[in-house]
Structures are given as structure tokens and as C-alpha cells.
Write a protein that binds this ligand. Structure first.
Ligand code: APR
Length: 232
């Protein structure tokens, strides 16, 4: 039998033990900031400084953070599993890359990237972005964080759907199952007969849709699961 095709979806919970706050846990980012103020295109149009400052703070925090055992274990799986391992993250930090993952699909964008709102050019974001910074390609003063805000379309959906349609195993790690389309991936995986596993501290909104739930901290549950898969 050929090695199973694995799709992994990660959320803020996988980076929690690296010191980065989640969104919806008690005291999380959305308890401290209103989504409408910092994470929508309208917020950026209304008060770009507030939005850019919010992401500058998060970029600085992510820059200083180090990956934990869960990030490292996933990189080990990607490097050593005989079949495909597609890693999709909702996270905008780069802890998967720092943990050794070579191919990470950032469906909600990345703090390390800047985007030109005029010509769609992308370039490495400085640690502190300035409002109205010029695009290095078209020179428009239209730099913005390369983050998918509420109301915008997530990146790489075609590639993700292709991977899901061929999945034998789908695993969601550290995500509350509140935000679509990511929250619907488990249904797409089930549809093609994949085995579905949730690894979360608290059950997500869509926990009932998974075949199996492995509760606990990602740094405990993920390395154990990876070793089982690699042991065949
Ligand atoms: N290990 C495993 N899971 C954890 C841990 C941990 N150490 N700590 C917290 N969790 C779980 C929580 O139980 C929760 O289910 O991680 C989940 C975090 O949920 P959210 O804060 O809602 O984060 P996420 O699902 O990634 O949010 C999705 O919403 O606003 C946005 O765009 C943002 O990408 C984000 C999206």
C-alpha cells in the first residue's frame, strides 16, 4: 500500500506555547482589539496607522519567538514521510519555517511579507512597516501588511482544495474551527473518505465532524502522532 497523503491545517494554538497569543481563548487578541478596528480593509482605509501598528507589534513578537516541539515534529514528518504532506496554516507567523518546514501554505498571509495595494507586488516586510511606504516596483505609496483581512479571499485555495481532494488523512491542530473556509476543510476531507483528526486544547466549534480527537497541548500531542505515522 502506498504511503498516505496527509493534509495538516494549523491555527494559532500551535504557536501558543511559543508565546504568541491566540485569538479567541480567554484574554486572546480579539478580546484586546476589535476585529473591525484592526483586521478589515475598511479599518485600514479609515485608520491605517492603527492597523499597521497592530501588525508591527505582532511582527516584532513573532520575530522574537522560537518554534516549539509541534512545529519541529511537523517539519520532521514533511522531511521523512514517504507520501505527500501538505501543510496549510492560518497563522501569519513564520514558526513553521523556523521549525524547518520547507513548504508552508500561508492561507491568511504572512507578517514577513508586504503587499502593494496598487500593483499586488510583494516584498519582504521590514520589522516596522510605515504607513504609505512606497512599493519598490511601481512606487505607489501603497504598502500594506500582506495579511488576509476579514472580507478578503484567502490565498492558495486552489492548491489547498486539490490537496484535500486527494487526502487520506486530515489533521487540524490548534484551531477553533470558527473561521471559514478553513473550518470547512474537515468536511471536504470527509467527503473524499479521509480519516480526520483534531488536536486541540479545547474542542473546536466543528469538533463533532472529526473521526478522532486528541486533546492536549500541541507540543505533547503532535510529536506523538508524528512518531506513530513515521513508524508506519
Ligand atoms: N495546543 C493546542 N491547541 C491550543 C493550545 C495549545 N497549546 N492553546 C490553545 N489551543 C487551541 C484553543 O483551544 C483553540 O481551539 O487553539 C485554538 C485557537 O483558536 P483561535 O484563537 O480561534 O485561532 P484560529 O483558529 O487559528 O483562528 C482562525 O481567525 O481571526 C482569525 O485570521 C485569524 O487565522 C486566524 C483565524
Amino acid at each position: 500500500m502506498s504511503a498516505p497523503s496527509i493534509v495538516i491545517l494549523t491555527g494559532a494554538g500551535i504557536s501558543a506555547e511559543s508565546g504568541l497569543g491566540t485569538f479567541r481563548d480567554e484574554g486572546g487578541l480579539w478580546a484586546q482589539h476589535r476585529i473591525e478596528d484592526v483586521a478589515t480593509p475598511e479599518a485600514f482605509a479609515r485608520n491605517p496607522q492603527l492597523v499597521v501598528d497592530f501588525y508591527n507589534a505582532r511582527r516584532t513578537q513573532a520575530h522574537a519567538a522560537t518554534p516549539n516541539a509541534a512545529h519541529v515534529a511537523i517539519a520532521r514528518l514533511q522531511a521523512n514521510h514517504a507520501g505527500p504532506v501538505t501543510l496549510v496554516t492560518q497563522n501569519v507567523d513564520d514558526l513553521h519555517e523556523k521549525g524547518g518546514s520547507q513548504d508552508v501554505i500561508h492561507m491568511h498571509g504572512a507578517l514577513t511579507s508586504a503587499l502593494c495595494a496598487t500593483c499586488d507586488n510583494r516584498w519582504p516586510a521590514p520589522l516596522t512597516m510605515a504607513v504609505g511606504a512606497a512599493c519598490p516596483r511601481c512606487n505607489a505609496p501603497a504598502a500594506r501588511p500582506d495579511i488576509v483581512w476579514f472580507g478578503e479571499i484567502p490565498y492558495h485555495m486552489e492548491r489547498i482544495e486539490r490537496a484535500l481532494s486527494a487526502a487520506d488523512i486530515f489533521v487540524a491542530i490548534g484551531t477553533s474551527g470558527n473561521v471559514y473556509p478553513a473550518a470547512g476543510f474537515v468536511q471536504m476531507a470527509r467527503h473524499v473518505g479521509a480519516r480526520t483528526i483534531e488536536m486541540n486544547l479545547d474542542p473546536g466549534e466543528n469538533a463533532g465532524l472529526f473521526d478522532e480527537t486528541r486533546p492536549g497541548k500541541a507540543s505533547d500531542t503532535v510529536p506523538v502522532w508524528v512518531e506513530t505515522v513515521l513508524a508506519g
